[in-house]
Write a protein that binds this ligand. Structure first.
Ligand code: CP
Ligand code: NVA
Length: 330
């Protein structure tokens, strides 16, 4: 939303269906221009700085953002939890006022989602959510871009094809934790006409408020949203199968309990095929991946598109930064 007139990307619901499609298409165009045509950007962010305020580790989001800002001719300044006072020795309010007074945009990875809301409330520059405990909106942009590329008909280019035409009616199955990635998927998929089925162990269901919002989105767009506890039920008729770690950052102490609770949830070719997934099923995972949630025979198979998905973090984050910092809003 825009807080005090400053546009931000804090949750998936900050993007309308049209804005979502436009970002995916813009990301595909950036990828084409940079990788196929070898074009540079004209440096629209020359002289501008984007701060990366990260209170948790990151490989993909950090590399994607730093390289995206560089492509646009700007400077990316990484501020890790060891470097700055972010909520530790100084309030988020003061940090937000100080940092935003000197930079042009902020990419923030936080613990509780309320932290990024506080940052946005007091920031004078756009903030992009680089992951909170409840949402990971930029991840889902990369997931949808990857699926759009995979389902674009041979002979057509993703950057000139509408994502709604390639993604509509695909069924995505989630088997795993009711976490930030699932929340973001649930909110976003209906907007491109995709169905979602999910299986989580009892006690690990998605957040009830976010589920309600996702059900509303599904209703508006006429898509299915189905919740199960048995992975087989979720995998039936799935086109795309997705999971994530069972132990998100910040939950390390629950590891033993979680591994026990998720028994039977490991994705394998056997489980997927015995469950009646569609013949040409595909696999995605936001990474980092642990072996307990998915076997190597799925993760490293030709059905797995996880590394294309990881690369697409760069093109989608580039499209978001371009939209917020160069075009000044979605
Ligand atoms: N998928 C993802 O956000 O990865 P990182 O935590 O490495 O940024
Ligand atoms: N659910 C994971 C996603 C990591 C990209 C976490 O929050 O740690």
């Amino acid at each position: 939303p825009a807080v005090s007139g400053v546009p931000h990307l804090l949750t998936d619901n900050d993007l309308s269906p049209k804005q979502l499609s436009d970002i995916i298409q813009s990301a595909c165009l950036f990828k084409h221009q940079a990788k196929v045509l070898g074009q540079t950007s004209g440096a629209p962010l020359a002289g501008k700085t984007m701060a990366l305020m990260f209170s948790k580790r990151s490989t993909r989001t950090r590399v994607a953002t730093e390289t995206a800002v560089a492509y646009l001719g700007g400077h990316a300044m990484f501020l890790g939890s060891q470097d700055i006072q972010l909520g530790v020795n100084e309030s988020l309010l003061d940090t937000s006022k100080v940092v935003s007074s000197m930079v042009d945009g902020i990419m923030a990875r936080v613990g509780a989602h309320s932290e990024i809301e506080t940052l946005a409330k007091y920031s004078t520059v756009p903030i992009i959510n680089a992951l909170s405990d409840l949402y990971h909106p930029t991840q889902i942009l990369a997931d949808l871009m990857t699926l759009h590329e995979l389902y674009t008909p041979a002979g057509s280019d993703p950057h000139t094809t509408a994502p709604t035409s390639t993604l509509k009616n695909l069924r995505l199955a989630w088997v795993g934790d009711g976490n930030n990635i699932l929340h973001s998927l649930m909110l976003q998929l209906p907007k491109v006409g995709m169905h979602i089925t999910m299986a989580t162990p009892k006690g690990y269901e998605p957040n009830a408020e976010i589920l309600k919002q996702a059900q509303k989105n599904a209703k508006v767009h006429g898509t299915d949203l189905e919740i199960y506890h048995d992975p087989k039920d979720a995998l039936k008729n799935a086109d795309i199968i997705v999971t994530d770690t069972w132990i998100s950052m910040g939950q390390e102490e629950e590891k033993k309990q979680r591994i026990a609770s998720f028994a039977g949830y490991q994705l394998s070719t056997d489980l997927i095929e015995q469950s009646g997934a569609n013949a040409d099923w595909k696999f995605l995972h936001c990474l980092p991946r642990k072996q307990e949630e998915v076997t190597d025979d799925v993760f490293y198979s030709p059905r797995s598109h996880v590394f294309q998905e990881a690369e697409n973090r760069k093109w989608t984050i580039l499209a978001c930064i371009n939209q917020l910092l160069v075009k000044k809003g979605f």
